[in-house]
Design a protein around this ligand. Structure first.
Ligand code: ZN
Length: 254
């Protein structure tokens, strides 16, 4: 196997909008357009505005990593029962990856057990992690920050279960992160978008978690680091973005 693959092309990256949802294949149609118009809870809107600013200076390394992750997902998709997808976080999500950056992501799998506790002892997760290590070039360090059982999310959406923590996390990741192998996620996100009130209710339930996350020191340090990277290429954060970052790390809404 050689990296990069011949299928890599710039159009791949430009297809994606800042919301992440736009990475959906065109066949998704109307439901996906609705996602674009839908406004999220203020904490998520604020994060996405900051992300949009950083992404407007997206590095080539970021695009390259997205392509590598798409390739990894495609390679593993046939080998993993029930398919595999991801939502990337961190520097790849913000568009500021450098050669030394790790790849942080949430893994989406299907599991016949009622796995809900993220990076726990699920045998499918352990196997998937090994397979990713096998196919991902050694130069890339990666971290699986969470794992979501898509079968459980599907079941909870059908049952309108507001209290399913996997579904709450799924909604938060889908509103903020960058999808890989979106065709696997799309049908579930469409199911969710059939009932926008339900989706918003789920977003509301992660609000307090988001406040803690955005004011956590690793997250603040990352934002400082990203700012420094732009500074290094001569780009100063405009006051408006500075204010948004301040509001964001204080756990405020937009
Ligand atoms: Zn499991």
């Amino acid at each position: 196997m050689t990296w990069p693959t011949t299928t890599r092309k710039t159009a791949h990256g430009s297809r994606r909008s800042s919301t992440g949802s736009a990475a959906a294949p065109s066949k998704i149609g109307a439901c996906d357009t609705e996602v674009e118009k839908y406004s999220h809870i203020p904490e998520i809107e604020l994060f996405n505005e900051i992300k949009k600013f950083f992404r407007s200076f997206q590095t080539a390394e970021t695009e390259y990593r997205i392509d590598v992750m798409e390739e990894v997902a495609h390679l593993l998709d046939d080998r993993i029962q029930g398919h595999i997808a991801m939502d990337v976080m961190g520097s790849v999500n913000m568009g500021v990856s450098q050669q030394s950056s790790d790849i942080d992501f949430v893994l989406y799998l299907r599991c016949e057990h009622d796995c809900f506790d993220g990076v726990g002892k699920c045998p499918h997760l352990i196997k998937a992690r090994e397979m990713i290590r096998d196919v991902l070039p050694d130069t890339y360090e990666f971290q699986i920050l969470d794992c979501i059982n898509l079968s459980l999310v599907e079941k909870s959406i059908q049952e309108k279960n507001y209290e399913c923590s996997a579904t709450q996390r799924f909604v938060a990741y889908r509103s903020m992160c960058r999808p890989i192998n979106y065709r696997v996620i799309a049908p579930i996100e469409d199911m969710l978008n059939q009932d926008m009130l339900f989706r918003k209710e789920l977003e509301g339930s992660v609000q307090s978690y988001l406040k803690i996350f955005s004011s956590s020191s690793p997250h603040m340090m990352s934002l400082k680091k990203y700012e420094a990277r732009l500074g290094a290429i001569g780009i100063k954060l405009p006051e408006s973005i500075r204010t948004k970052i301040r509001q964001h790390i204080n756990g405020e809404g937009g």
